[in-house]
Design a binder for this molecule. Structure first.
Ligand code: BEZ
Length: 203
């Protein structure tokens, strides 16, 4: 059995679990829930991943893979069904860039969440948070303007990552009005959220 170092709130963990569902590999992975953050990381996890970060995936041979991109690429290698990373060069790098864009939106959102939930109020840095929100907004604009056809096409690792980024915004920033300004992205997310892999992993 592979063992996933897991926290239900992390969008990067969700991306791995959704990929696991979409690849038909759920019976090969067990969940190891862990409480970890930048300030207080889990010692056992740190022994497996020196960065102390989730997601990490311990394989049957004892080796541990990280981060989410590496884990998802590994799962796609094991995947006997349609691959989540296209084989044709142009399509592959487009899917990988969509993944990088969506991961970047997640990064900015998680950074902001940490700033708001963990950092003592007197140390909060408004300009830095505004910079993170700008990344989120320009990232979402790009999904709306440049990637709608990709999102509505075959499920790829980039499509999964976009779904998890939007799911995290919905979870941690429910007051954010991103949907109003981006009707196509909003409609896509509503439909994509109905997939069993997404519905089963909603935080
Ligand atoms: C959260 O609580 O939002 C969170 C937890 C773990 C990783 C990333 C985000």
């Amino acid at each position: 059995m592979m063992e996933l170092w897991y926290s239900p709130a992390s969008p990067f963990v969700r991306k791995v679990v959704v990929t696991c569902h979409e690849s038909g590999l759920t019976d090969r992975m067990k969940i190891h829930e862990v409480n970890t953050n930048v300030i207080d990381s889990d010692a056992e996890l740190r022994a497996r991943n020196p960065l102390g970060k989730i997601p990490a995936l311990t394989l049957e041979n004892g080796e541990t893979l990280f981060d989410s991109r590496v884990i998802c690429a590994y799962l796609d290698d094991l995947n006997a069904g349609p691959k989540l990373t296209p084989s044709e060069t142009e399509a592959r790098f487009r899917a990988m860039t969509l993944e990088a864009l969506s991961d970047g939106v997640m990064d900015a959102a998680v950074n902001t969440r940490y700033e708001m939930a963990l950092r003592p109020e007197e140390f909060r840095w408004q300009e830095w948070m505004a910079g993170q929100f700008q990344k989120i907004n320009t990232g979402l604009d790009s999904l709306e303007e440049k990637y709608i056809d990709d999102l509505n096409g075959d499920v790829s690792i980039g499509v999964i990552s976009a779904g998890c980024a939007l799911g995290y915004l919905e979870f941690r920033f429910p007051e954010n009005d991103w949907k109003e300004k981006r009707p196509r992205l909003s409609a896509w997310f509503k439909e994509f959220s109905k997939r069993p892999s997404m519905a089963k992993t909603t935080p």
